[in-house]
Design a protein around this ligand. Structure first.
Ligand SMILES: [Zn+2]
Length: 522
């Protein structure tokens, strides 16, 4: 059961992954005085209060755990995806972009096996009529001792009784309440065209992968690709999950960033290891996630999805515990053989360099990343409370400072321009400076005029803005501004030209910032 999806991770599984390569160039340096946000409630309440992440259709009571991203969240998500795209697609010579449909020919999902087999074991309580995922209830009941997603429905039904599992909602015992699980298909159905009958039934894609798998051999031959060759895409997928939760971690509508890497069968094992390495390094060196919150977990034989020869998950320690962030699977030639059998078409890769005489079914190694999970990981790792310096004797201890320590490259705003007074031409001058910075290609430069300067600094710290540029009376006289760094809170008096120099087309870089600061601040 739950044959296709990666099984959700228990929180108590011991780390069994390979030793993580020590990072030498972490993108963000957190301070000893930083403490990360402690709980999901705290994190989501902060995100709601700044309109970073909002419950979808909130005025109508929400929409089946779909979340919307407000201005800061939408830009943060886009910046993260853009960085992934640059690093894994544009800056590699073995990955090419692809963009396939959400609604494919329904035959794709029959061919892939999703129509028949993409199911979760659903058990219904006879007493209160609520429905649950049987494997989840069993996992909780036995503390993760067994891999229930590999068991039959009958085995799960018997175990519900044997382990004395009670209905989580009304407390009815399994004998009296929770029935033998039945398969529940996770595909979202829709219909094509004006007539709704069996022949018009179609499905929203439950994964982006199949679009790439059915087109892969053709695309790679036509583009004269040399294996290993990856096809990457980002897009929404849909699964009618029985159990959702932990905000962005498991939602019915979700965004995937996936690469299907087609390769020669013999090289697939090494290739999987290499991709695990690349993905792990990226999380630490580029995204700046704390290394101790990342681990690798190699799937045991009994929990492998039926299409996978091997899978390694990169897990993250979310506020609710360890969970999958990036799954790297070796799908072998499973999907291509299924589509070949179902479609009757030759799904082999034909090497264009010898006129297609070399033809074989490539293996597919698939690094699959959930974008929502990545955003959740970044927010929970980068949002920290920095303790204030210890108060002098007899003085009251100041509260800590909330800072979103994201790398500059993914910061929702690269800079904010703050006129110190809302008069005497300062707002106008601030607007001019902001416009100049935007013309430089800085992007996301805001002017913030409301509240005291201290409050505005704090507000920008909370949404990760690396630089605040303050306009005051001296600015009007000599064109210099005060620049304040988010992380160190150091300030420097600089000319506007210096700032423009520090904010390049790809945003402000830490090197440039430090260069500018080094010349002015000791
Ligand atoms: Zn019940």
């Amino acid at each position: 059961m739950r044959a296709f999806a990666h099984a959700a991770r228990r929180q108590d599984i011991a780390a069994r992954g390979l030793a993580r390569r020590a990072s030498t160039m972490s993108a963000v340096h957190r301070l000893d005085s930083d403490s990360p946000v402690a709980s999901m409630e705290e994190l989501m309440s902060f995100c709601r209060s700044r309109a970073i992440i909002l419950e979808s259709s909130g005025v109508y009571g929400g929409a089946a755990t779909t979340y919307d991203f407000g201005p800061v969240g939408a830009q943060l998500k886009k910046n993260i995806v853009d960085m992934w795209w640059r690093d894994f697609v544009e800056n590699r010579d073995d990955v090419a972009p692809l963009d396939t449909g959400v609604i494919l020919n329904p035959a794709v999902w029959r061919g892939s096996g999703h129509v028949e087999e993409f199911t979760d074991p659903l058990t219904q309580c006879e007493t209160c009529k609520r429905r649950f995922r049987a494997d989840k209830l069993l996992e909780e009941a036995d503390g993760g001792a067994e891999h229930w997603d590999g068991k039959t429905l009958e085995e799960m039904g018997a175990a519900l009784v044997a382990l004395g599992v009670a209905c989580p909602s009304c407390g009815a015992k399994a004998e009296a309440g929770l029935g033998t699980p039945r398969p529940f298909n996770l595909l979202f159905e829709t219909s094509i065209g004006p007539v709704q009958d069996g022949s018009s039934t179609a499905f929203l894609r439950p994964e982006t992968a199949q679009g790439a798998l059915v087109q892969g051999p053709l695309v790679l031959s036509l583009t004269r690709a040399r294996l290993p060759a990856g096809l990457a895409q980002v897009g929404k997928s849909f699964r009618n999950e029985i159990a959702v939760g932990q905000s962005l971690f498991r939602t019915r509508e979700f965004e995937q960033a996936e690469i299907q890497v087609f390769c020669e069968p013999e090289s697939s094992g090494d290739l999987l290891q290499q991709w695990v390495e690349d993905c792990n390094t990226w999380l630490v060196d580029r995204l700046g996630l704390t290394p101790s919150r990342i681990r690798r977990r190699v799937h045991e034989e009994s929990e492998l999805a039926h299409y996978a020869l091997a899978t390694t998950d990169i897990e993250f320690n979310y506020p609710f515990g360890w969970g999958e962030l990036w799954g790297i699977a070796n799908r072998g030639k499973y999907d291509l053989l299924r589509h070949e059998a179902a479609s009757g078409q030759d799904m082999r890769f034909r090497d264009p360099r010898d006129g297609g005489r070399t033809a074989f079914h490539p293996f597919v190694v698939e690094p699959a990343l959930g974008v929502g999970r990545l955003v959740l990981a970044v927010l929970s790792d980068c949002l920290v409370t920095e303790a204030a310096p210890a108060a002098a004797k007899g003085k009251k201890q100041a509260p800590g400072r909330l800072v979103l320590r994201v790398p500059d490259e993914i910061a929702p705003s690269r800079a904010a321009v703050l006129p110190i007074m809302n008069k005497d031409g300062m707002p106008e001058r601030a607007a001019e400076i902001a416009a100049a910075l935007r013309r430089m290609g800085a992007g996301g430069v805001q002017v913030d005029t409301s509240g005291s300067i201290g409050k505005r600094y704090r507000r920008q710290d909370e949404v990760g803005t690396p630089l605040c540029v303050t306009v005051d009376y001296t600015t009007l006289e000599d064109g210099t501004v005060t620049v304040r760094c988010r992380d160190t809170m150091r300030q420097a008096r600089l000319s506007v030209a210096d700032i423009e120099d520090a904010i390049g087309p790809r945003g402000l870089t830490r090197d440039k910032l430090q260069g500018v600061f080094a010349t002015v601040v000791r």
